[in-house]
Design a protein around this ligand. Sequence first.
Ligand code: FES
Length: 363
Amino acid sequence: MNMGVPQSYPHLDQMQPWNDRLHLLECLSIIEEAPNVKTFTFRSDNQNWFRYEPGQFMTFELPTQPEAVLRTYTLSSSPSRPFTIAVTVKAQEGSIGTRWMLDHLTPGVRLKAFGPLGDFSMRKHPGEKYLFISAGSGITPMMSMTRWMHDCAPQSDISFVTCARRPSDIIFRRELEYLTSCMPNLKLSFLIKEHEMGQLWTGIRGRLEAPKLPLLSPDFKDRTIFCCGPEGFMRDVRTMLEANGFDMAHYHQESFGPAAEPVLPMLDVISTEALESAATITFSMSGMEVPCMPGDTILKAARGAGIRIAAACESGLCGTCKVMKLSGKSEMDHNGGILDEEIDEGFVLACCTKPLGNVEIEA
Ligand code: FES
């Protein structure tokens, strides 16, 4: 397969924006960043350009066996370079989807993807100056935002703090060090837990704790903070900031893990009384009428009946579970995974929509 320079490549103003309803992503290149961490760069299979905010995410359908899984990853690329997008992913122990990417995704492979979406961006929450705090692969949205600022606003004031187990686990270390030579107000702090044979380390060692914060970022209270990493890490950061009197209105966080295993309702132990108070969901394409217990979502009811609706985040963020509601009333408690125009058109997110009476869903 020839993955070199295409014979003819249009200019940006001759291209249409990428549209996840029509096109696939084609893997263009792969870079090894750290142990079990790779960056995958994609282009559109239809020569589209990508419009998004730095820090947003996409959901990928990965053809694992025995069935495909959906995984949501923040983009590490910057929309200031709109011909391609990239995700940088880390396979944790027991990972299925990300492990498949690391082991099987090669240049030329095409994947279905949804998005970009998300609210975690300094373009959506602008500040005078920023403090980026991350751990592990939580660095990816910070990198996207920093790359954007390097290209579009190189004077931006960023205090960039990232934590890793060992020096070799620090993702984007060399690029970040290079960026400090082009961005006069970018201040880098790497924290590691363990030393490592063969790696000189003169930086900070240990966890990110309250006494270290004013040393790393003396004016942290004046900054807009973005934090991304494992849930426990973000909880500790929140607690530390609250204890230090930080105004949490200027704090934003994000993390993604694989969606929890679907829990199927035990229909045989549902009482007659409960069934009587259940709403009915008619799934028009499957031709099924399914009871939905009070408080249950459309997604939960569909799964209980064996009807497949794709879902990744299961928290109203990624937009993967979008379905058309044909009739009936419902309430939706989403986290930005659906646009107002889509709601006006009649779409709902199955993972966070509860019927208010009988509804009909196109699924
Ligand atoms: S599964 Fe992500 S919004 Fe529903």
